[in-house]
Design a protein around this ligand. Structure first.
Ligand code: PMP
Length: 380
């Protein structure tokens, strides 16, 4: 065992984020990490292929300006309002470093993206978990900070993960107005699946930072692109941090693929509509099987079955070749988070659940409401 004297004292204190399983077994129905079930736009593949054929011996543009311009144009902003990073996880990490090391607690929901607490530990930021209510909804009135205590800022996911529940813009504005001297970070990783984006508030609120990813609605989890939008002073601070860490977080392939993803608006619209429509079918099918399904504005559903233990259900599904996410965490240990798949994948999940719930060892209950091809006869 190597001596502890090798390590910086913080290393044993870290509690790293645990990503969902990326299975090595073929043919599993993978509904555990909220990836998009559809491939990226063919234009993205063409752009990456072309980029691979020229210039890989050269460093990429350290500022990824072409991509920042494409993102800015999409959202009606200037490129100086956009910061890009290697996945939104990296963007979040830089934002925590740049804005929240204030010597007072950072407010966040008790149930939210678990990486937020990991960054807090890494940077020595005190995380103050503000409980969601009994229905797992966020009440902005709880974010005032107790008795006028100083706070380092606020971080929320909207729609929230893993609940999928979205907040209206009026609530985001209330948070921004409660803390005019602190950054309010709104992580909109899932917003394209039906949430209300706060990007339109960027021009009015100097304390708003909105973080997006290309991993979900643009099917590019494997390319690693995330970005933040905010006023130029916030973007400048992020650039100082990034340029003290890694000059070239986005490679040439990612920059080219990212630009093409924003160019292909029609593909983006089609694939997010397909996911939203499967989500509604899947929610109904799960309700038919007795599940309680939280209203979701994301590409996943957060569900529980009043009569069946969630951990046991996740294990049974795995045995039947379907992966979903179960968090062994207080308050949500009886929930499963299920990513919305293709209609075929949704049907496979529903059949596997129906089979398990009705005690069949093999095929499921054929009368279960199906979401896609098996019910409609279509060939997707
Ligand atoms: N925010 C939330 C709420 C997420 O669920 C995820 C995905 N795990 C991320 C950010 C990070 O996504 P990525 O690093 O792939 O952009």
């Amino acid at each position: 065992m190597p001596s502890n004297s090798f390590f910086s004292p913080i290393v044993p204190q870290l509690v790293p984020y645990v990503p969902g399983e990326q299975p090595k077994i073929a043919n599993l129905v993978k509904l555990n990490t909220n990836e998009n079930p559809y491939p990226p736009s063919p234009k993205v593949i063409a752009a990456i292929t072309q980029a691979a054929q020229q210039g890989l011996q050269l460093y990429p543009d350290p500022d990824a300006n072409l991509l920042r311009e494409a993102i800015a144009a999409q959202h009606g902003l200037a490129a100086t309002h956009v910061f890009v990073g290697n996945g939104s996880d990296e963007v979040l990490a830089h934002a925590f470093f740049a804005f929240f090391q204030q010597g007072c607690p950072l407010l966040m929901p008790d149930i939210s993206y678990s990486f937020y607490k990991v960054y807090c530990r890494l940077y020595g930021i005190e995380a103050r978990a503000v409980p969601l209510d009994d229905t797992l909804r966020l009440n902005v009135a709880d974010y005032g900070g107790a008795d006028g205590d100083a706070v380092a800022g606020v971080v929320i996911a909207n729609p929230n993960a893993p609940t999928g529940i979205g907040l209206p813009l009026s609530d985001i504005e209330a948070l921004l107005q409660m803390h005019p001297d602190r950054v309010v970070l709104v992580d909109e990783a899932y917003v394209d699946f039906g949430g209300q984006s706060s990007l339109g508030l960027v021009a009015r609120y100097p304390n708003l930072l909105v973080v997006h990813t290309l991993s979900k609605s643009r099917s590019l989890a494997g390319l690693r692109i995330g970005y933040a939008c905010g006023q130029a002073h916030l973007i400048g601070a992020l650039e100082r941090v990034k340029n003290s860490f890694n000059s070239y977080p986005l490679d040439r392939l990612a920059i080219a693929g990212g630009v093409a993803a924003f160019d292909d608006v029609a593909y983006f619209e089609q694939s997010r509509q397909a996911v939203m429509s499967s989500r509604e079918g899947l929610a109904l099918a799960l309700e038919d099987l007795g599940f309680v399904v939280l209203p979701s504005q994301a590409n996943f559903l957060f569900v529980r079955h009043p009569k069946h233990d969630a951990g046991e259900l996740a294990g049974a599904l795995r045995d039947r070749g379907v992966l979903v996410r179960h968090f062994k965490q207080p308050r949500i240990e009886q929930y499963l988070r299920i990513s919305v798949g293709t209609p075929v994948q949704c049907d496979q999940l529903v059949l596997a659940l129906a089979a398990h719930l009705s005690g069949y060892p093999g095929l499921g209950d054929q009368s279960a409401r199906l979401c896609g091809v098996l019910s409609s006869g279509a060939s997707a």
